[in-house]
Design a binder for this molecule. Structure first.
Ligand code: G
Ligand code: G
Ligand code: NA
Ligand code: MN
Length: 250
């Protein structure tokens, strides 16, 4: 198994690198932003998936160092007029970071972007503690500072609709399991439709995750969802200096 010492070493050696997946306007194909995700290339074991090492890093308070390292590696690379979306754990916001806002401003500084170009994704998968006044305050301050707040994996967690009211995020990212119902099992599709309608009524922007097919793209556009992310448009990829902007697949 992977040990925390391995992860500390991996961070020092720069073995954990960022990949970027485009978030596009599904109508025109224009790139609106990128989600940054961690990839660990272990010298002996090869690629290790985030599902393996992110929880360990979270338990040992290493996610802040991880984000700092990823930001340094991405410095100055974000194309003009696009935003960068990063993943933060609820744990980082409630217990890990002493001053989340200062930390995020420092991340922006490292990236060489303004706060208005940073989107912070918080997974809805783990229950957020609504009653935690400190979390409410932090999320409100986060938005007030100009960062965009997104709820990730929306529809998979425990909080659902209530957390929209409590935290009023700018964006929800509809989990790919719902997007996959578009050409697959019809049974969950009404939930997808309800999430789309509800977010429109609440003025929350929607990003559809895991868009893989033309049928899904059309279905979403027909319902006014334009922001899309998925293999149809581009996989998470390394961002070498020579690498041009990922081209839309449509
Ligand atoms: O990256 P996929 O390609 O496998 O991502 C798996 C999971 O790991 C996702 O839930 C994603 O949010 C999470 N993840 C990837 N990179 C990071 C990171 O840098 N920080 C945090 N907190 N989570 C990440
Ligand atoms: O939890 P989070 O939403 O941050 O993680 C997104 C995960 O979804 C990552 O592991 C990413 O590699 C994966 N992903 C991105 N686009 C697609 C897609 O079109 N299809 C599938 N199956 N997975 C995707
Ligand atoms: Na995410
Ligand atoms: Mn997600």
């Amino acid at each position: 198994g992977v040990l925390v010492d391995d992860l500390t070493t991996a961070l020092k050696r720069g073995e954990i690198a960022p990949v970027f997946q485009p978030i596009v306007d599904g109508g025109s194909g224009r790139v609106r932003g990128f989600e940054m995700m961690a990839r660990w290339h272990h010298p002996n074991l090869g690629q290790i998936t985030p599902d393996t090492f992110i929880p360990i890093m979270e338990r040992h308070g290493l996610l802040d160092s991880l984000l700092t390292s990823l930001a340094d590696q991405a410095r100055g690379k974000l194309p003009d007029a696009t935003y960068l979306s990063i993943n933060l754990s609820g744990e980082q916001l409630t217990h890990g970071l002493r001053d989340p806002i200062s930390f995020l401003l420092e991340i922006c500084h490292r990236l060489r972007i303004g706060a208005d170009r940073l989107m912070v994704e918080i997974t809805e998968r783990q229950a957020l503690d609504y009653d935690c006044p400190q979390l409410q305050e932090t999320l409100a301050l986060l938005r007030h500072t100009g960062f965009k707040l997104a709820f990730d994996d929306f529809g998979t967690g425990y909080n659902g609709i209530a957390c929209l009211r409590t935290f009023s995020p700018d964006v929800i990212k509809i989990d790919k399991s719902y997007v996959q119902t578009i050409n697959g099992e019809a049974i969950q599709r009404p939930v997808l439709e309800a999430i789309i309608q509800l977010s429109r009524q609440m003025g929350v922007e929607v990003i559809a995750e895991g868009v893989e097919t033309e049928a899904q793209r059309r279905f979403l556009l027909d319902r006014g969802v334009t922001s899309m992310q998925g293999y149809l448009f581009g996989r998470p990829a390394r961002w070498h200096d020579s690498c041009p902007l990922p081209q839309p697949a449509i």
